[in-house]
Design a protein around this ligand. Structure first.
Ligand code: AMP
Length: 436
């Protein structure tokens, strides 16, 4: 490999910080195959980041010229951190006697589990930018990585994911139709906590809308969505156009079985086949290790769980709890279309489900009696037109026979017609599980 100019960030906020930084520079000078060209002055800065308050850092940057690969510089840095007394692997954002980051390595970009170069937070950190400027680096000319990165082209999306796989990354994907709210964000946050790389997909999928449904009117706001994705720590947003997702000859669809019968499946013929088709295509493109879906669309989860197993996707489907407004209404992208009076009335779905669950908690065990308790609540709200109210088994949502039940999930859908356009809302609640 030819020699490159590389820049290493040094920092310490425990013990004799200045000595730790000086010893690190000496060790680098003594490393075969590496020439220390220059070292910035050391500056003190307050701790930035999450977690408990910490002592201030002393930081500097070292310019080296080397033929060593970036991964070797990273390993060298870790060895020096250990030598300085840092126990590794260490939890994030803990005080440390020495920290060494590979900031830049020639003009290379690297994106593996262990290493991202240029350092992803370089542009946010004055304690790195100032020393880099002092060393003559034109930091303004360094491309600022888009956070999150946005890709529209499926082939490019698949190629980035392949790179992550080759770099040993665990990948989580959150499929959405955009118009993001806190419900979606909760999925992204969980994905962030469980994976090295997080993908959100934003695609209003025409295959899952019937001819009389609201495909054209579905709310779309990519800029606002990107802001939410960035704040939730999403690395990559895949937002293809319909033509990019489905080329003109596209004709293969996933057929779905009994999990798609009844409820949404009965009211929206072809809906779940459309959902399964797009999700299968997304899984195939990114080959994620985990897929995150909301319990809010419980029947969708049941269909996708079956599809994932049947088609053999090596992915764990993670089911996430429903996020609600303070008054109990399940968050939904379609809530924005409710008129003010319908918005108040819409809490009836959750109130009905809670009434059913309360009756179960008080000893009512008969399926039809439980349904009747919930139905009575809905019928009292004249603004709501009930589409269905069912009690199904958990976790597969199979119909439960009439008679006594010892568990189950109540599922409801209702229409509200007085706002800017008619809105269908869904909700569900376990008789036995936690709140939502
Ligand atoms: P959508 O954009 O409506 O297709 O939803 C994308 C994902 O977010 C699906 O897995 C939904 O189940 C999930 N989701 C939507 N609303 C909520 C909510 N209120 N709480 C939790 N997850 C949700």
């Amino acid at each position: 490999m030819r020699e490159v100019d590389a820049y290493l960030g040094l920092g310490a906020n425990l013990g004799d910080r200045e000595r730790a930084l000086r010893v690190a520079v000496q060790r680098l000078q003594a490393t075969p195959g590496l020439e220390v060209v220059a070292c910035s002055s050391f500056r003190e800065s307050a701790f930035v980041g999450e977690g408990p308050a910490q002592p201030p850092y002393l930081n500097g940057v070292v310019h080296v010229r080397t033929a060593l690969p970036a991964a070797t510089l990273l390993a060298l840095g870790k060895a020096l951190e250990r030598e300085a007394g840092r126990a590794l692997p260490a939890p994030r954002n803990q005080p440390r006697p020495l920290d060494i980051d590979v900031l830049l390595h020639g003009g290379q970009t690297i994106d593996t589990r262990e290493l991202v170069v240029p350092h992803p937070r370089l542009h946010e950190r004055e304690f790195v930018l100032t020393p880099l400027r002092e060393l003559g680096v034109d930091v303004a000319a360094l491309a600022r990585p888009a956070r999150p990165r946005v890709i529209h082209d499926p082939a490019e999306f698949a190629a980035v994911c392949t790179g992550w796989h080759e770099g040993g990354c665990q990948i989580g994907v959150v499929p959405t139709m955009g118009a993001l709210h806190e419900g979606h964000v909760s999925l992204m946050r969980l994905a962030r906590a469980e994976n090295d790389r997080v993908i959100a997909t934003i695609f209003v999928n025409p295959l899952q809308f019937g001819p009389k449904e609201d495909f054209a009117a579905y709310p779309r706001d990519l800029q606002a969505d990107l802001g939410r994705c960035g704040a939730a720590g999403v690395d990559l947003v895949f937002a293809p156009s319909v033509a990019q997702m489905y080329d003109p000859g596209f004709c293969s669809h996933v057929a779905v079985g009994p999990a798609a019968e009844g409820m949404e499946g009965a009211l929206r013929p072809g809906h779940f086949s459309g959902v399964a088709t797009v999700v299968a295509r997304l899984f195939a493109l990114c080959r994620a290790h985990r897929g995150y879906f909301g319990q809010k669309d419980a029947q969708q989860v049941a269909v996708l769980r079956r599809m994932t197993r049947d088609l053999g996707f090596p992915l764990r489907l993670v089911e996430c709890p429903i996020v609600r407004e303070p008054d109990g209404l399940a968050m939904s992208s379609r809530n924005v279309y409710l008129g003010a009076a319908d918005r108040r009335a819409a809490t009836v779905l959750f109130r009905a489900l809670c009434a059913g669950r309360q009756a179960f908690a008080h000893g009512q065990r008969h399926r039809d009696a439980l349904l009747e308790v919930a139905r009575t609540v809905v019928i009292a709200e004249r603004r709501a037109s009930l589409d269905y109210l069912e009690l199904r088994s958990e976790p597969d949502l199979e119909p439960l026979p009439a008679g006594p039940v010892d568990h189950g999930r109540l599922l409801i859908a209702a229409r509200f017609v007085d706002g800017a356009r008619p809105v269908r809302l869904l909700d569900n609640l376990s008789l036995t599980g936690p709140g939502a």
